[in-house]
Design a protein around this ligand. Structure first.
Ligand SMILES: Nc1ncnc2c1ncn2[C@@H]1O[C@H](COP(=O)(O)OP(=O)(O)O)[C@@H](O)[C@H]1O
Ligand SMILES: [Mg+2]
Length: 163
């Protein structure tokens, strides 16, 4: 993720890395993510990072910049003391964002602290990385997400599928 200025506003830019520009699968993934972000914007789904614009030619997505960075960094690197109220406030925002996705028929499938972002003052929490969002109507789920953060049965299933 890089920071950029767009119309005098700082935005976050997610771009396909140079070495992978010839990888069709990666290109398809980022274009799919653009589409999902457009859908979330149109449906005004709260709690998901907002799309600002995209550049199809350069496989780049511009989105609102969450200056506080991801929750993983906050918990494991910055390690600021976090009050119970703050934790509860984050939990409520996260649950509400997930519920908003679900009530619009979408499942994130890769929820983890690296894909959860905080505002500069750490009060606002939003979900990012919509790469693996799936429609809730999907009958046969391919294994998605990150094994380390998956429920044990799902991890086993995913490992077996990859054998
Ligand atoms: N809008 C944003 N504002 C601030 N940081 C972001 C934003 N989007 C992504 N990031 C940072 O970039 C990291 C990777 O972004 P992500 O969309 O999860 O890409 P990937 O598909 O590579 O996992 C996140 O964990 C977070 O640290
Ligand atoms: Mg991610």
């Amino acid at each position: 993720m890089q920071k950029a200025s767009l119309c005098n506003k700082l935005v976050a830019v997610k771009k396909l890395i140079k070495q992978r520009e010839n990888n069709l699968r990666d290109k398809k993934k980022i274009v799919r993510e653009m589409g999902i972000m457009c859908t979330c914007n149109e449906l005004k789904i709260q709690g998901v990072v907002e799309l600002v614009g995209f550049d199809l030619e350069n496989y780049a997505i511009a989105m609102e910049l969450m200056e506080g960075g991801d929750l993983y960094k906050m918990l494991h690197q910055i390690k600021l003391p976090i009050t119970s109220e703050q934790k509860l406030h984050w939990a409520v925002q996260l649950a509400s964002a997930v519920a908003n996705l679900h009530s619009n028929g979408l499942i994130h499938t890769d929820l983890k602290s690296l894909n959860i972002l905080l505002s500069a003052d750490h009060t606002v929490l939003k979900i990012c990385d919509l790469t693996d969002v799936m429609p809730a109507t999907t009958k046969h789920f391919e294994p998605h997400g990150t094994p380390f953060w998956m429920a044990p049965v799902k991890t086993l299933f995913s490992a077996l599928i990859r054998l």
